[in-house]
Design a protein around this ligand. Structure first.
Ligand code: URA
Length: 222
């Protein structure tokens, strides 16, 4: 069995209904993360959102709360969105992997990065969300989301803040299956993960760079 793989592949209903997808994802056993996580943290936001934002995995707060980006990284994201002239209400927000991955240090649960098998096991859900929302702009937060959407050779450091055409990446995207790509067109903007901003030694500069990348998103949407 590949690294991180669970007992069975994700059983994703063929539907554009986010509530049906969300309900089905509660039962997902496609990787081993469901065992220790509290719940599946599916994406949230309107189906007609012009903007879709994809992060890595839910954190400790999101695992308990059941919604993406409600902890410290989410608060930073909201602040940066507002500074860039965007708002969470216009966005469908999700993660590449929908269960919290962690190890324990005493009572604390410490976040761990999902491995390639877990990212790949969860990808059918992300594909279905993308096909349901069909955003005009897709924002990719950090390396894990980039690996899931644009492939492992994509470098956020090189392309951050640059509006890219999905059509140029679709053929090689891991989201593309024999059924085709989940969407035909969108503008893709990659940027850093808000947790990386929080961890940065020069937090002010990292935050300013993050806001600048999101301003590029606002410009595309305007
Ligand atoms: N980090 C993420 O990537 N997603 C969340 O939902 C929370 C923190």
């Amino acid at each position: 069995m590949p690294e991180g793989a669970g007992a069975a592949p994700a059983v994703v209903p063929r539907t554009r209904s986010l509530s049906r997808l969300r309900a089905a994802a509660t039962e997902c056993r496609a990787c081993d993360l469901y065992r220790d996580a509290t719940q599946t943290v599916f994406g949230a936001g309107p189906r007609d959102a012009p903007l879709m934002i994809v992060g890595e995995t839910p954190g400790d707060v999101e695992d308990r709360d059941g919604r993406p980006f409600t902890g410290p990284a989410g608060r930073l994201l909201d602040r940066a969105l507002a500074e860039a002239g965007l708002t969470r209400e216009d966005a469908y927000v999700s993660n590449a992997v929908k269960h919290f991955k962690f190890h324990r240090e005493g009572k604390r649960r410490i976040h761990e990065k999902p491995d390639a098998g877990q990212i790949s096991a969860c990808r059918p859900w992300l594909r279905a969300e993308l096909a349901a929302v069909r955003p005009r702009v897709l924002v990719v937060l950090g390396a894990t989301a980039a690996a899931s959407i644009l492939g492992r050779s994509f470098r956020v450091t090189k392309h951050h803040g640059i509006p890219l055409e999905w059509a140029d990446y679709a053929a090689d995207s891991p989201l593309t299956t024999p059924d085709g790509p989940p969407i035909d067109d969108a503008v893709v903007v990659a940027t850093v993960h808000p947790s990386a901003v929080l961890r940065s030694r020069d937090r002010e500069a990292a935050y300013a760079g993050f806001v600048a990348d999101l301003r590029a998103v606002a410009e595309v949407l305007s």
